[in-house]
Design a protein around this ligand. Structure first.
Ligand code: SAH
Ligand code: SF4
Ligand code: F3S
Length: 487
């Protein structure tokens, strides 16, 4: 028998695309309310949360875990023993969505074996009308669907799913508020993500994010600085401040600029500060100067270019051209010593010609990126680009994609080779993913280093002599004496 569905709100693309500048976001303090029935509902029960997508979404996953822990659920890494399973999804490309539907299918057997299991799906995917429809129609075992704007409602939504036995759906398509005082279980004890703003107003023509994340809205600087101070006091060594376009920070609030915010964060004195993502369009001189001035702001800038062709950039709605982008890169390099620059590139935007693509190759050759995430364009329902008829076949796109990744890897290896016999400073994350006698971590300029060293240095910044350079990683040995002197 089909269960009834309690639809509180389903997403709506038109609503999600609205940007009313006079409507200010509401700041909700003490945003997570847990009523008495839910305060200890998780006792002797476990949760499993899996997150896909960007760092912003990973941060949301940490908050979801924190909220569940407040109801006394315990975290498990094994979904087979979980009483609550939540998939926190990403919608940026079709592949991400396919994986999630695959996983939803696999989870059916767990729900059949344990009918009391609560299975929730949240995140960017379910901010889309057609996805919610598909889940409701074809995935009867999903109990709870909630979106990116109402994570702090989780206790109430979970209560309804538990006690009503109905399937509960609440996905808001408003422009978004700002929920503060969110509990969280951070993934690391040394590195933390800090949101400084939510949403995006850029509406690049290929991108779903502005629809799934709402209006660009900044947290108050005081709330951000308090969070950073708490992280410092808790012993964190690195923070990454997050936003879809951090350079736009504060513009909606009449608060300080991103450059000023970053300076204030630097002055708190955390060892390493990173930020992502910065859109080339509003990257200010003031920001470059602040990055150059403070040693604890890391010399790495992720500067997504998307394409090296002016016509494609215009059609993507990126608001810069190859010339202004290259000028920005030059300015950054002239002012910030030893800065690493990485990027995102989309291959196969609708009707991309061979000449358009060649311009991207040329730009990649000129910039010489320290690394790049490259993607094949994926049409996203409801975006302007998805309505375009495309005259380029997938075989051509894949062939261009391979040419581009070959070029990027070749240049990357050349850059990485310059680290041979040099000493770099690595914040030690833990054991390498593939070998538990080898430690791994990142340099100041964001190179992954695998090295022989003592596990007692996990969580610390140590000097490492580079002995071998590969395309994506450096290998080396810890310089023990220098390090011991520091103790
Ligand atoms: N706000 C960030 C990007 C967030 S999405 C920025 O503007 O830089 C991360 C990356 O995914 C983008 O930079 C883009 O390269 C890629 N991407 C976004 N939409 C895509 C699509 N429809 N198809 C393929 N790649 C896409
Ligand atoms: Fe997407 Fe463009 Fe916004 Fe980045 S700036 S999230 S690519 S719309
Ligand atoms: Fe994906 Fe949403 Fe992030 S679409 S990339 S999880 S903002």
């Amino acid at each position: 028998m089909k269960r009834t569905i309690q639809v509180k709100e389903v997403p709506n693309l038109k609503e999600a695309a609205k940007r009313e500048l006079n409507v200010k976001p509401e700041f909700i303090y003490q945003s997570v309310e847990i009523d008495d029935t839910m305060k200890s509902i998780g006792k002797n029960k476990k949760f499993f949360v899996r997150t896909y997508g960007c760092q912003g979404n990973l941060r949301d996953g940490e908050v979801i875990e924190g909220i569940l822990a407040r109801m006394q659920f315990e975290k498990t890494e094994d979904m087979n023993e979980a009483d609550v399973i939540i998939l926190n999804t990403c919608a940026v490309r079709e592949n991400a969505e396919k994986k999630v539907f695959g996983e939803i299918g696999l989870l059916k057997k767990l729900k059949l074996a344990n009918p009391d299991l609560i299975f929730g799906v949240c995140g960017c995917m379910v901010q889309q009308e057609h996805i919610v429809k598909r889940i409701l129609e074809t995935c009867e075992h999903v109990d709870l669907v909630f979106g990116t704007h109402n994570i702090h409602h989780l206790p109430t939504l979970l209560k309804e799913a538990y006690f009503s036995k109905e399937r509960v759906v609440e996905v808001l398509s408003n422009q978004g508020n700002i929920a503060e005082d969110l509990p969280s279980i951070r993934a690391s004890k040394t590195k933390a993500w800090v949101n400084i703003m939510y949403g995006c107003n850029k509406f690049c023509t290929y991108c779903i994010v502005p629809y799934t994340r709402g209006k660009e809205r900044s947290r108050k600087s005081i709330d951000i600085l308090n969070e950073v101070q708490e992280l410092k006091d808790a012993g964190y060594k690195e923070i990454t401040v997050l936003g879809q376009n951090v350079n736009a920070y504060g513009k909606d609030l009449n608060d300080i600029s991103f450059a000023k915010l970053l300076e204030k964060i630097a002055l708190i004195g955390i060892d390493r500060i990173r930020f992502t993502t910065s859109h080339p369009w509003d990257f200010s001189d003031e920001l470059i100067d602040v990055i150059a001035k403070y040693d604890n702001i890391m010399p790495h800038i992720h500067l997504p270019v998307q394409s090296g062709d002016d016509d494609i950039l215009r059609r993507m709605g990126r608001r810069y051209n190859s010339k202004t982008y290259l000028e920005l890169v030059d300015k950054i390099r002239s002012k910030i010593k030893d800065v690493a620059i990485t990027t995102d590139i989309i291959v196969g935007f609708p009707n991309e010609s061979e000449e358009n693509f060649e311009n991207t190759m040329k730009l990649a050759e000129k910039v010489r990126y320290d690394g790049a995430f490259t993607f094949i364009y994926s049409p996203r329902v409801g975006t302007p680009a998805a309505k375009l008829k495309d005259n380029v076949d997938m075989k051509t796109k894949k062939e261009r994609f391979n040419r581009l990744t070959d070029l990027i890897s070749k240049i990357q290896l050349e850059i990485y080779k310059k680290y041979q016999d040099k000493i770099v400073y690595v914040l030690v994350d833990g054991y390498s993913k593939t070998n538990d006698t080898i430690l791994s971590g990142y340099t100041e300029d964001m190179k992954l280093v695998n090295f022989k060293g003592n596990a007692k240095f996990i969580g610390q910044i140590v000097p490492v002599m580079i002995t071998n350079c590969k395309t994506f990683t450096l290998e080396g040995e810890m310089v023990e004496t220098r390090c011991l002197n520091n103790q």
